[in-house]
Design a protein around this ligand. Structure first.
Ligand code: PXP
Length: 253
């Protein structure tokens, strides 16, 4: 699947991180989500973690009530989270691996090795009308496993690309993403990507024609301290749009 328009999903988890540092209600991730919507986000992503370290249950309820754009509910494949997803019926649910001691989602889901555990979770979410995506490494084996699980969407982990410390490693990691995104199209999966993306790293990923959505959070929320959330989102949107239209132009030249 290809699209000229590359969707931007804004992840508001870290607005909640700042709120929870003090307790209380400020800053409100729902207010940030509504502002992101106005600034050009095509969707909002929120991860309800088992330990509720940032987003809490009420945030999900308020996001479902107030958002006009789709909510992508990031979740671990647990009974508790499936129950919450099925109750709220967000547009999409992205299954991620979750470890209590990690600071952020460190790696992709093992869709191949976890088939027996994941299959009933994917089925319950799909039966509830939720579009299921699996957050996986740029590995063809994991993409093939997503198809076997019946997931229509994958989100490719861009962390290794973003965190690469030298040019050669970054180029190698980008190539893995390019190949995985092409493979996704061949086997009929919708392809998203995200994790660690910044103004400096977004363009080469945005240029990949078979990626239709990027989910970006930490950098946008951090950068908003300096530039304001609206202008930071607009700048990210503009960088994504330019990279995509330049790439379309190069291919048709
Ligand atoms: N996509 C997924 C599945 C994630 O787990 C995260 C991090 O919560 C993101 C995208 C966004 O990553 P970042 O906050 O580094 O932009």
């Amino acid at each position: 699947m290809r699209s000229r328009h590359l969707r931007l999903g804004v992840n508001v988890d870290h607005v909640a991180t700042v709120r929870n540092a003090r307790g209380g209600r400020y800053p409100d991730p729902v207010r940030a989500a509504l502002l992101a919507e106005q600034a050009g986000a095509d969707g909002i992503t929120a991860h309800l973690r088992e330990d509720r370290r940032h987003i809490v249950d009420d945030d999900i309820q308020h996001l479902m009530r107030d958002l006009k754009v789709p909510l992508n509910f990031e979740m671990a494949a647990t009974d508790e989270m499936v129950g919450i997803a099925v109750r709220h019926k967000p547009h999409a649910a992205c299954l991620v691996p979750e470890k209590r001691e990690e600071r952020t989602t460190e790696g992709g889901l093992d869709a191949a090795g976890g088939h027996n555990h994941l299959a009933p979770v994917v089925k319950r979410l799909k039966d509830a009308g939720i579009r299921v995506s699996l957050f996986i490494e740029a590995d063809p084996r994991q993409l093939d496993a997503a198809v076997k699980l019946g997931a229509p969407v994958v989100e490719i982990h861009t962390g290794a690309y973003c965190e690469a410390e030298d040019v050669a490693t970054r180029a190698r990691e980008l190539e893995r993403i390019v190949k995985a995104a092409a493979h996704a199209e061949e086997i009929g999966l919708e392809c998203h990507a995200g994790h660690g993306l910044t103004f400096d790293t977004v363009a080469p990923v945005a240029a990949i024609p078979t990626i239709v959505e990027l989910n970006i959070g930490h950098f946008l929320i951090g950068e908003a301290i300096f530039g304001g959330l609206e202008s930071v989102i607009k700048r990210m949107r503009a960088l994504m749009d330019k990279a995509r239209s330049d790439a379309v132009g190069r291919r048709s030249a």
